[in-house]
Design a protein around this ligand. Structure first.
Ligand code: GDP
Ligand code: IMO
Ligand code: MG
Length: 422
């Protein structure tokens, strides 16, 4: 029996998951998304074209790879239709290569409105949600009143849809939100009809049969461990299990079938939306990082907050996920910094120095304790694993020693080809 390898973000998302899944996909028969939804924006670049995927797995450009949207995902039919239409000109076999779990939960237009309403109500304390309806949809799933992809095939769908939206309208009437329902409804129903034209499956059976047949499977995470509903900086998190265990519940794969766990991280840190970020640079260095790394959200276009790498939080993510290999992204972005800072510990308000993430991560005034390393100060274009700059090798070795997991891939640019396997 083969195994399911899992690839997931160890920081606050946008680590470069899309790029790496696309690079690894030729090695896999199946790529499957297990959580999240259109809050994700996964970027792939090759042949001079940049693609951003939101719900479709990042193996879609590889002809021989099956792509599955798992039961743990929340799916917005409208976003899905747009995504498929955008892919139209690239001559892909999406109708035969893409499969969607009947047990995935549907995002309704009212979920998006509720997301807006709740964020508006929170004012300054808002989560910084992508406003894609993620939280309210998972709320309905857990509250046992959600609609699932499989429901669209039943005659009772319109009735169920109407019943749930009535519940939402009641809540919305308490908030100051304006919308034109007729328009939203017809857009949604049209997209639902479109969705019916795809392969809606019982993905837990399909995946387990693939395993029995010896197929290789890669589970593609969305967001990152520090946005996880349990282990992230609650309440500034997303509403799903972004960790390895989420791949089991989000795909119907038993824990004993998990193989490698690829933990992906940027050579520095970014965060978009609200919430604690101990190493954040609110200065010219931060601005330079944003500019060099082109750190603007793939889904919302918002500027990403930038800062140095944070080892206490990376250690935490590695522990929770059981990471077996580390993949370091965007090393090229640090080429402009003569000195590179690595946060090895946190100093807490009572003077404690620790390399653990405190429970009160939101309230606590964390002061990062840094180790200073010399930068490599050269462009990484054209380097190979044999001749990487000395200081970059020192940086990698330092991180490997601290994190106690090998770094097996270093990414030096957004393109598929700018990838060094070690
Ligand atoms: P994801 O959500 O984890 O898939 O990451 P995003 O696509 O949201 O954000 C990562 C961004 O960094 C995208 O614009 C990628 O094209 C880009 N990127 C990925 N790897 C590298 C890299 O090694 N160097 C640089 N400069 N950009 C990269
Ligand atoms: P990918 O898969 C970065 C953040 C939002 C907000 C919080 C909650 O591209 O890495 P939500 O819309 O989920 O209710 O927002 O989580 N967030 C992300 N940040 N990358 C993502 O996905 C994200 N998905 C959600 O900015 O702070
Ligand atoms: Mg992203």
């Amino acid at each position: 029996m083969s195994k399911v390898d899992v690839l997931l973000g160890l920081q606050w998302g946008d680590e470069g998951k899309g790029k790496v899944v696309d690079v690894l996909a030729p090695k896999y028969d199946v790529v499957a998304r297990f959580q999240g939804g259109p809050n994700a924006g996964h970027t792939l670049e090759f042949d001079g074209i940049k693609h951003v995927l939101h719900q479709i797995p990042s193996g879609i450009f590889r002809e021989k790879t099956k792509n599955i949207i798992g039961n743990g995902v929340v799916l917005d039919p409208i976003v899905f239709k747009n995504e498929i239409e955008k892919l139209g000109k690239f001559n892909l076999n999406v109708r035969s290569n893409l499969f969607i779990s009947k047990k995935a939960t549907l995002i309704l237009p009212t979920h998006r409105l509720l997301d807006q309403a709740y964020e508006k109500e929170k004012g300054e304390n808002k989560i910084g949600s992508t406003l894609k309806g993620i939280g309210p949809t998972y709320q309905d799933k857990i509250g046992r009143q959600g609609l699932r992809v499989g429901d669209i095939l039943a005659d009772s769908f319109r009735e169920k849809f109407s019943k749930l939206t009535q519940i939402h309208f009641k809540i919305l009437s308490e908030y100051d939100i304006t919308y034109s329902w007729a328009e939203l409804e017809s857009q949604f129903l049209e997209a639902v009809d479109f969705l019916k034209g795809f392969q809606l499956i019982e993905s837990e059976y399909v995946l387990n049969n693939e395993l029995k047949a010896g197929s290789t499977i890669l589970a593609e995470g969305a967001q990152g461990a520090l946005l996880d509903i349990d282990f992230g900086s609650y309440p500034f998190v997303t509403s799903s299990s972004t960790v390895t265990a989420g791949a089991c519940t989000g795909l119907g794969i038993a824990p004993r079938h998990i193989g490698e766990v690829y933990g992906i991280f940027k050579a520095y840190s970014t965060r978009v939306g609200s919430g604690p970020f101990p190493t954040e640079l609110i200065d010219e260095e931060g601005d330079l990082m944003r500019k060099e790394g082109n750190e603007f959200g793939s889904t919302t276009g918002r500027p990403r907050r930038c800062g140095w790498i944070d080892l206490p939080s990376l250690k935490y993510s590695i522990m929770i996920n059981g990471v077996t290999q580390l993949l370091m992204m965007k090393a090229d972005v640090l080429s402009v910094f003569p000195t590179i800072m690595v946060c090895t510990h946190y100093k807490l308000s009572d003077g404690t120095i620790t390399d653990m993430v405190p429970y009160e991560v939101v309230k606590e005034k964390i002061i990062p304790v840094y180790k200073e390393l010399k930068g490599w100060s050269v462009s990484l274009k054209g380097f190979t694993k044999e001749n990487l700059p000395f200081e970059l090798v020192q940086y990698i070795k330092f991180l490997e020693t601290e994190l106690n997991v090998p770094i097996t891939l270093v990414s030096t640019g957004p393109d598929r080809t700018e990838t060094i396997l070690r």
